[in-house]
Ligand binder design. Structure first.
Ligand SMILES: Nc1ncnc2c1ncn2[C@@H]1O[C@H](COP(=O)(O)OP(=O)(O)OP(=O)(O)O)[C@@H](O)[C@H]1O
Ligand SMILES: [Mg+2]
Length: 677
């Protein structure tokens, strides 16, 4: 698989990262806890169960050995009892003296004293002399009995033996009845062709009886039939489990089997009777009876589970297995204990999961709340809102993140502010520049226009001037010649007057277009203003006008043609007065802006103002709105020409109804050392 293919496959995996952080965290926590919990519970319960069950088995093994001890003790007690009886002096005495009645009394008393089932005496050949249980049944030969045989040889022997029915009947018919058992069928019992047991299983001991001279006079044998004899099993049970019951059930039971048949037990059947006649399962039978092994396992005994131990009972003389010794311990207490442990494990597990859930909820809330806040904040930032600030609630990595986030916000705000400032400054600069450009362009156009107008005007004026001079000269000559003709004289005067008016206009035109350089002298602008004012102040147009002077005394002396500049000032003053026909205020100020190379004079009036569309026409020759007042429209045109030739500037600002400001700037062409005139 090449690399890109791997990536493609990888990207097709359902994306875990689409889950929210909280879900991921909680799931990881849960996974760890549940997996860990299940694993540890399994291992723990397995271990505990194992321990408990193996402990129970060990106990059963131990119980089985105790039961064996009790059983063997019963056998050796029997042997001791028989031996003790046989060693009594009275037996050979009674025998030899023929006092059989006494012997009978003695032996019967002994049998009852030691609660034996049989106690029988044979002669030295093994022929039965006397049976305590079955007194009149005598004379049969017991020499073939393995125990009697050994005793006849002088040995003391004891063993568990199987006694056939016939033999039992010899010893006492009731014994045969006690041993007789019909099989009670149980589900798992071994299948056998017969349905009953007629023989019995007995603890039997045989002891030789000697006379004083050490001659064998007989054999005394005694026995305890185990069938339906509950002494041993009850003793074992009482010893191991007491009378204890668990939830109404016996804590422990013991049983003696004859072959596979229960002949002595404290296991109860459904009716509460001892379960005599029931038989062992095939499996146990094979292990214990056939193989001679100990069986340790749980087993279902009658109506509940028991942990059971079975071990073979042997006939010591033949070594044959004749029965089984069983102890069983109720499994329920152990199972309950195990369940209790398992439930505790489970409970602890569930508690752990809940705890982890709770904990992970709090932890993830602690992590995720600030993160969510941050996500919200970034969204707001993306929308342009920089006014927010994250609350810092912890000093951990999340807290640090929030802190640097806030820091970033501050920097972002600064950067944006700077950017906005730059933008504003740039805009202002652009606006300023374009205004300047517009102004320069307008000025250029204006001066270009006026220059061409000037050339035209001067051409026309020159052309008109000579004929005009001719007309005036000849008119004067004619007037002198026709002195006596008053009628013609009057008409000639009219010609002279009108021609003079035309001549004045032509001079004005020439003034506007005058090419000659001004005759510049050092001059104080303030004084020039005051002088001009004194010339016009008293005219009637100024009667309703208040004049306010704001002249800066520091204005330097500059080089200018005083006559021409005075003409300019006068023009502007008269225009202002015209504009304020109904009265108003005229403010005249002079100044020199520090660092600026101009002296500036401003005339502000509160007159009618100039309409926007006229602003670029007022400097044109013959532009006038005062046709009725006989304005020529040359005033500002001439003024413009004069200021132009002084390399100065004349500008106008006006607002309809509020007034007009004329600003005249004259260059500083003079150094301080030139003395004022
Ligand atoms: N201060 C002002 N207020 C309002 N309008 C003005 C002002 N100064 C000049 N004007 C306008 O500019 C026009 C041209 O002025 P300009 O001085 O060139 O000629 P005029 O005053 O009309 O005629 P003249 O100066 O020959 O008597 C005026 O007719 C007037 O409309
Ligand atoms: Mg004028």
């Amino acid at each position: 698989m090449d690399h890109t293919h791997f990536l493609q496959v990888f990207s097709r995996i359902p994306p875990l990262n689409r889950l929210s952080l909280r879900t991921k965290l909680v799931f990881s926590f849960l996974f760890v806890v549940i997996a860990g919990g299940i694993l540890s519970s399994l291992i723990g319960t397995e271990l505990v169960a194992d321990t408990i069950i193996s402990q129970a088995r060990n106990k059963v093994r131990y119980d089985l050995s105790i039961a064996e001890m009790v059983y063997n003790q019963s056998l050796s007690r029997l042997r001791d009892v028989v031996q003790l009886t046989a060693s009594a002096r009275s037996i050979p005495d009674y025998l030899e003296s023929g006092r059989l009645k006494k012997l009978e009394e003695f032996l019967t008393k002994r049998r009852k004293e030691f609660s034996l089932d049989i106690l029988t005496l044979t002669d030295a050949q093994g022929k039965v002399l006397f049976r305590t249980r079955h007194p009149f049944n005598t004379g049969d030969d017991q020499a073939a009995d393995p125990l009697v045989k050994r005793a006849l040889r002088g040995e003391v022997v004891a063993s568990t033996t199987i006694i056939p029915r016939k033999e039992l009947q010899q010893e006492g018919s009731d014994l045969a009845e006690r041993a007789f058992t019909l099989f009670v069928s149980t589900p798992k019992a071994r299948e056998v062709p017969v349905d009953r047991e007629t023989s019995g299983m007995m603890l039997k001991a045989a002891v030789p009886v000697w006379n004083d001279s050490g001659v064998l006079v007989g054999v005394l044998y005694g026995g305890a039939l185990l069938n339906r004899n509950y002494q041993i099993v009850d003793q074992v049970r009482d010893l191991l489990y007491g009378e204890g019951r668990y939830k109404g059930k016996e804590l422990g039971t013991a049983t003696i089997f004859q072959g596979d048949l229960r002949i002595s037990t404290n296991v109860r059947d459904e009716n509460g009777d001892r379960a005599i006649g029931t038989r062992i399962s095939d499996e146990v039978y094979r292990t214990v009876n056939e193989k001679g092994q100990v069986w340790l396992d749980r087993a279902f005994v009658v109506d509940d589970w028991y942990i059971s131990g079975y071990e073979p009972i042997r006939d010591h003389l033949t070594g044959k297995i004749v029965g089984i010794l069983y102890v069983g311990m109720l499994e329920a207490p152990y199972v309950d204990l195990r369940n209790k442990v398992v439930y505790s494990f489970f409970g602890i597990g569930v508690l752990g999961v809940l705890l982890v859930l709770l904990l992970s909820f709090f932890i993830t809330t602690g992590i995720i709340r600030p993160l969510r806040e941050m996500v919200g904040a970034t969204r707001k930032i993306a929308e342009g809102d920089l006014s927010l600030e994250l609350s810092i609630t912890s000093k951990d990595e999340i807290g640090q993140l929030a802190e640097s986030f806030n820091h970033m916000l501050v920097r972002l705000k600064q950067a944006r502010q700077e950017l906005e400032d730059y933008g504003r400054i740039l805009e202002e600069k652009v606006e300023e520049r374009s205004q300047q450009l517009r102004k320069i362009q307008a000025q250029l156009m204006q001066s270009e226009k006026l220059a061409s107008l000037g050339r035209l005007a001067s051409g026309v004026a020159h052309e008109i001037n000579s004929p005009l001079t001719g007309i005036l000269t000849f008119s004067h000559l004619l007037m002198r010649r026709l002195k006596d003709n008053p009628e013609l004289q009057k008409e000639l005067e009219l010609i002279v007057r009108e021609t003079t008016r035309v001549s004045i206009i032509v001079r004005g035109l020439l003034d506007f277009a005058r090419e000659s350089r001004p005759q510049k002298r050092p001059c104080n602008v303030n004084e020039l203003i005051l002088h001009t004012l004194s010339l016009v102040e008293r005219q009637s147009v100024f009667h309703n006008i208040r004049i306010s002077k704001n002249l800066d005394p520091r204005v330097p002396i500059i080089l200018l043609d005083a006559n021409q500049i005075q003409q300019v000032f006068m023009n502007v003053l008269l225009n202002a007065a015209d504009a304020m026909a109904g009265g108003g205020t005229l403010t005249i100020s002079s100044s020199q802006v520090p660092g600026d190379s101009f002296v500036q004079v401003k005339f502000s009036d509160t007159g009618c103002g100039i309409p926007e569309e006229n602003l670029n026409k007022i400097f044109d020759p013959f532009f006038t709105t005062k046709a009725d007042k006989k304005g020529t429209g040359l005033g500002l045109a001439v003024s413009y020409g004069i200021i132009e030739r002084h390399r100065g500037r004349i500008e106008v600002q006006s607002e309809i109804g509020r007034g007009t400001i004329f600003t005249i700037q004259l260059p500083l062409e003079i150094s301080e050392e030139v003395p004022p005139v």
